[in-house]
Design a protein around this ligand. Structure first.
Ligand SMILES: C[S@@+](CC[C@H](N)C(=O)[O-])C[C@H]1O[C@@H](n2cnc3c(N)ncnc32)[C@H](O)[C@@H]1O
Length: 195
């Protein structure tokens, strides 16, 4: 039987359809750096990725992964909350960011008590909307199945419904494991500038 495509692969496919060489993109939750490597490949030599995490181990793991692929020169790593991304993205890139990826929850292999929190997640999403270019995308992989994750996912859904529908569309993609606690992928698309 063919293995079902994972939500992470779907997120990469969607982001890959937006990002082109030379673009700016953000990894809001570095973790072990898988998404950062994907973004760094997608933006090419002329583009740049800025990645955020609050745990030093995540920056170490991500940097090692980037080194393995010789992609480290395309990426800036910040030990900072994604809630503060506006402070870390250079002013000249505001309004030019093509994609922002969030993968919520905890750092695999580390302390599971250090997880994303709804207040900073929503602050980061609002900041991401300020930074986005016309025709850009935010993906958020959410995990209602772990402690705090259900509330975070509910509030995320409520936040996305409050977005200005003339500028943004939201799609929620459910996991093929048809359970209420299964992960889900929020895809927030910003329209191209209307003429
Ligand atoms: C599921 S992991 C991310 C996986 C990662 N994208 C990858 O490709 O390996 C979630 C990460 O979010 C980080 N995190 C939690 N709160 C954060 C915050 N306020 N700002 C930035 N990162 C945060 C955690 O430390 C953890 O490393």
């Amino acid at each position: 039987m063919t293995k079902p495509i994972s939500l992470l692969e779907i997120a990469h496919n969607i982001v890959g359809s937006y990002v082109a060489p030379g673009d700016i993109s953000l990894d809001a939750t570095l973790g072990n750096g898988h998404d950062t490597v994907f973004l760094a490949r997608s933006i090419g030599i002329g583009g740049h990725v800025i990645g955020f995490d609050i745990q030093p181990q995540a920056l170490v793991n991500s940097f090692q992964r980037l080194l393995q692929h010789d992609l480290q020169r395309r990426v800036t790593l910040r030990l900072a909350s994604h809630a503060d991304m506006l402070l870390h993205v250079p002013k000249q890139w505001h309004g030019r960011v093509r994609a922002v990826m969030f993968n919520l929850g905890y750092l695999p292999g580390a302390d599971k008590a250090v997880i994303t929190q709804i207040d900073s997640t929503l602050a980061a999403l609002n900041a991401a909307c300020v930074l986005l270019a016309p025709r850009a995308v935010i993906t958020v992989l959410a995990y209602p199945g772990h402690a705090g994750g259900e509330l975070e996912t509910e509030q995320l859904a409520a936040w996305s419904q409050r977005l200005d529908q003339t500028c943004y569309t939201t799609e929620v993609i459910l996991s093929s494991h048809d359970k209420p606690a299964a992960p889900r992928l929020f895809v927030i698309r910003k329209q191209a500038d209307l003429l």
